[in-house]
Design a protein around this ligand. Structure first.
Ligand code: 5AD
Ligand code: SF4
Length: 443
């Protein structure tokens, strides 16, 4: 989501003549697009802003802008603490970044963080400003793989999560706009699209998304998009299990270009903790969904998010999380220590877990996940997998399978391959985080 937001700002600015640079020292404008999902991400922003204070002393005409979730959350406080910040841009205001920067030039310390309940995500066609987002990236996967936002915000208020506070209420985008944006991308040579939303499963449930006012489910949207000419791979993220419908699960069986890869955050393995997290599903239900998904699509690669040390989590609760790991045997997972976020329900819970206990639990979880990931990856050895090439230098290719596994491919056939090419590779080695294969044939 943040990556797409950066791209949108980059596009808007390229339209006003800005050119992207990788050197902060020489920049006339520095935008920090921020995340506040955990305290650590926010601390990073603050220390970078400290560095920029010194740089601005040397280069006073440089503009400093803070965008995204920290900007939304902190607003005026940011400018009070960091007098060198010229502009604070909230999550719904990034589309106007070029105008806002102009405004901030005359009014340094300008704050644009207004949020509307029923706001419409603007159409932001990628060819409107073929600029920074598209140039100078060499063989970056972004030349054939793109994110498309289908909804913004979230209505779920999971007890630990700051997102509903920083991104506002859930708004789905119009089907026509989404298809239009994807068509333009496909015509420009993009092969893989990832649909983005905080909880894509509830797409279309909270507002009208078709021009004739008919409700449209996420499963229906996937069917619509999958047909678009030139789309080789379709993915999406993220899904709250509470809204996972049978129709959506069936898409993995019925839509050939929907990649068999699914990120389904479980967050915790204990029903007691899930209830306090306000997740609205039980572990039994979650495991039922996993079983059903594997029945519809036996090759599906599942991944998850886990929080350890949520307030009140006992050793027994944590063992239940380890139990889920053993039951599901995820291909991969993202795991985090619980972190207090301002304004959330959990921030006010008074049974916080000791930091060292959180650390130990996280290490145990991650060690076991690493072992399982390696075992899972070994299942691919000896099989032929389709790889979409992301980078190629000489005979060393790197790409991804439909299951989103990174594969290093030896070009034993001596073909000249480029990013975006599809090849079949015979997998001969599995590591924890990637696979190795030999080029079997071009597709
Ligand atoms: N503390 C720790 N992890 C969190 N996440 C969200 N909020 C918090 C928090 N306060 C994790 C969840 C979510 C992922 C994006 O970040 O696991 O799925
Ligand atoms: Fe946060 Fe829960 Fe919404 Fe995901 S579904 S963004 S975890 S509140």
């Amino acid at each position: 989501m943040n990556e797409r937001d950066s791209e949108i700002m980059s596009q808007a600015l390229a339209g006003s003549g800005y050119v992207e640079t990788m050197e902060m020292e020489s920049a006339d404008l520095v935008i920090l697009n921020t995340c506040s999902i955990r305290a650590k991400a926010e601390q990073k922003v603050m220390s970078l802003l400290g560095l920029l204070r010194k740089q601005k002393k040397r280069h006073p005409e440089m503009q400093v802008c803070v965008a995204g979730c920290v900007a939304q959350q902190e607003g005026e406080k940011l400018v009070e603490r960091m007098e060198h910040v010229d502009l604070v841009v909230g999550t719904q205001n990034i589309y106007q970044i070029d105008h806002l920067l102009e405004h901030a030039r005359k009014n340094p310390g300008y704050i644009a963080i207004s949020m509307e309940k029923d706001y419409t995500i603007p159409v932001f066609l990628p060819d409107q400003a073929m600029g920074a987002a598209y140039t100078g990236k060499g063989d970056s996967p972004s030349i054939f793989r793109k994110f498309v936002t289908i909804m913004q915000g979230c209505n779920n208020f999971c007890a630990y999560c700051v997102v509903p506070h920083t991104r506002g209420r859930e708004v789905s985008r119009n089907v026509k706009d989404i298809k239009g944006e994807i068509r333009v991308l496909l015509e420009s040579g993009i092969k893989e699209i990832t649909l983005l939303g905080q909880n894509v499963n509830s797409y279309g449930q909270t507002n009208i998304v078709t021009s004739d006012g008919a409700p449209f489910s996420f499963a229906e949207l996937l069917h619509e998009i999958a047909h678009l000419e030139g789309l080789q791979r379709l993915r999406f993220t993220t899904s709250n299990p509470k809204d996972l419908s049978d129709d959506l699960m069936k898409c993995f069986r019925d839509i050939p270009n929907l990649c068999p890869q699914f990120h389904l955050p479980v967050q915790a393995g204990s029903d007691k903790v899930l209830k306090r997290m306000n997740r609205k599903y039980s572990i039994a239900r979650y495991l039922e969904l996993v079983e059903q998904l594997r029945e519809y699509c036996p090759d599906i690669a599942l991944s998850t998010d886990i929080i350890v040390g949520f307030p009140g989590e006992t050793d027994k609760d944590f063992e239940e999380t380890m139990g889920v790991l053993e039951r599901v045997r995820y291909h991969g997972s993202f795991s985090f220590k619980y972190s207090d976020r301002p304004g959330t329900a959990a921030e006010k819970f008074n049974d916080k877990v000791d930091e060292n206990v959180k650390k130990e639990r996280l290490m145990r979880f991650q060690d076991r996940q690493d072992e399982i990931s390696l075992d899972r990856n070994r299942e691919y050895v000896g099989t032929i997998r389709e790889v979409l090439v992301e980078s190629a230098s000489g005979k060393a290719l790197k790409g991804r399978t439909v299951t989103n596994h990174i594969v290093h491919v030896d070009d034993t056939l001596g073909r000249i391959l480029r990013p975006g090419d599809l090849v079949d590779a015979e997998i001969y080695h599995a590591g924890q985080h990637s696979l190795k294969g030999k080029l079997a044939r071009m597709k």
